[in-house]
Design a protein around this ligand. Structure first.
Ligand SMILES: Cc1ncc(COP(=O)(O)O)c(C=O)c1O
Length: 408
């Protein structure tokens, strides 16, 4: 699985020698292969697919996936109001801001986006309704709204397994908030999202702390019925209360790259979100039955030879967000058998690596790494070099290269 395209790495490393480093590249063969794999369950079960922009942050790659999806990818899930407006200005057709508004200003940005396209807001609190309603009324613009149902698993009293998302957990919770939306003439309820992060985001065979793997697999298996039942009950309750759009445009979103096979089988779900599984940051390794090929990499130049068996590269300290731990560090993957030094890790200005026994590298040689997460590297590099058959071609701008700051 993970190593299926490895034979190309020496080729690529040679091709990159002499280019200005560091650089980031995307193996398009792997990218397209991952796309086909991730779309398959949706195809089989008659679902649509939404692409999580945060997990790519490179418009050319996002548009490539949409164009090659055979019509299955019908929309984008954005991650901030400003980014949503940038996509609306670029002409995207169906946007869903997958996270709550940060204030009235965000509501205004969404209203602006809705002057150009359909851009839905995700809500889980009366305050979100108030901000949106005020902005939509002032502009006399109709704004689609979705409810975020929390899918965390609570098997016993006080335990909560999963991420901390929405306070909406029961059918009564979603119906109560949906009624507030229904009172607002410029808001229309269009969908419900229930993102099962504790299934989609947990690898079955994590590389580090592998003693936790059986527990993770148990959580995924045992929590699944709760997910299907609660998502279904929430949709049913909204329907029974007459709060779902009656024109067939009602949608229920679930899942992520790590759960496509399961989520596609949930009868309440109409669309599945995918993203990280296209570029496959190394945190996406180790999902059983999900054969994905790493496509996003970065290359560093060896700039120093500080001791026997160790070389030091320029740059590299691009640590992924989340619960801080060794799994958030980039992973050296070429030459094979290299490893970071635990005491120094991947640094702000330099990253030393220990070489496999007997291997020698010279100043100017190339070391290839994989980032831990799929989207965040696009905030470091201006562009991604596109590689096909091990040969570099065009470079495409990332959000950073386009000057897209999602937050400001
Ligand atoms: C709301 C939501 N849906 C789906 C996903 C899954 O995205 P990916 O496929 O990139 O893991 C995420 C990721 O964090 C998310 O926040």
């Amino acid at each position: 699985m993970q190593a299926s395209l490895d034979p190309k790495r020496p080729l690529i490393a040679t091709a990159l020698r002499g280019r200005p480093l560091p650089l980031a590249f995307v193996d398009l063969d792997a990218f397209d292969q991952n796309l086909a794999r991730l779309l398959l369950p949706a195809q089989v079960h008659g679902k649509q697919v939404r692409l999580a922009t945060k997990s790519l942050r490179c418009p050319a790659l996002i548009e490539r996936a949409v164009a090659r999806s055979g019509g299955l990818i019908t929309g984008l899930m954005t991650f901030s109001a400003r980014e949503t407006l940038l996509w609306a200005e670029r002409g995207a057709a169906d946007l869903l801001l997958g996270y709550p508004l940060a204030g009235p200003h965000d509501a205004q940005l969404l209203v602006q986006a809705n002057r150009l396209t359909r851009a839905a807001a995700m809500i889980d609190a009366p305050q979100h309704v108030a901000w949106l309603a005020a902005a939509a009324r002032a502009a006399q613009v109709q704004v689609p709204v979705w409810l975020d149902l929390d899918m965390g698993w609570r098997p016993l009293g006080g335990t909560h397994i999963g991420v901390r998302r929405s306070p909406l957990r029961t059918p009564a919770d979603v119906v109560a908030l949906a009624r507030l939306v229904a009172e607002e003439p410029f808001l229309e309820l269009r969908g419900l999202m229930g993102y099962e992060a504790h299934v989609a985001g947990l690898a079955d065979e994590g590389r580090l702390a592998s003693w936790q793997n059986p527990l993770k697999r148990w959580i995924k298996e045992r929590s699944w019925p709760d997910i299907v039942v609660r998502r279904g009950q929430a949709v049913q309750a909204l329907r029974a209360a007459g709060l779902c759009a009656a024109d067939g445009s009602w949608a229920c979103n679930g899942g992520g790259s790590g759960s496509v096979d399961r989520t596609a089988q949930d009868p309440s779900v109409t669309e599945i979100t995918i993203g990280s599984g296209l570029l496959v940051g190394h945190l996406f390794d180790g999902y059983r039955g999900l054969d994905l090929a790493p496509s996003l990499h970065f290359a560093l130049a060896v700039t120093r030879l500080p001791g026997v068996g160790i070389v030091t590269c320029a740059g590299g300290g691009w640590i992924a967000s989340g619960s801080a731990g060794a799994d958030r560090l980039p992973l050296p993957v070429w030459p094979a058998g290299c490893a970071l030094l635990p005491v120094e890790g991947a640094g702000e200005v330099q990253t030393p690596i220990r070489l496999a026994a007997g291997l020698q590298l010279a100043v100017g040689d190339v070391v290839i790494f994989r980032p831990a997460k799929s989207g965040e590297l696009a905030e470091i590099f201006n562009e991604y070099l596109l590689v096909t058959d091990g040969v570099g071609g065009a470079a495409v701008p990332t959000y950073r290269g386009l000057g897209w700051n999602a937050w400001a």
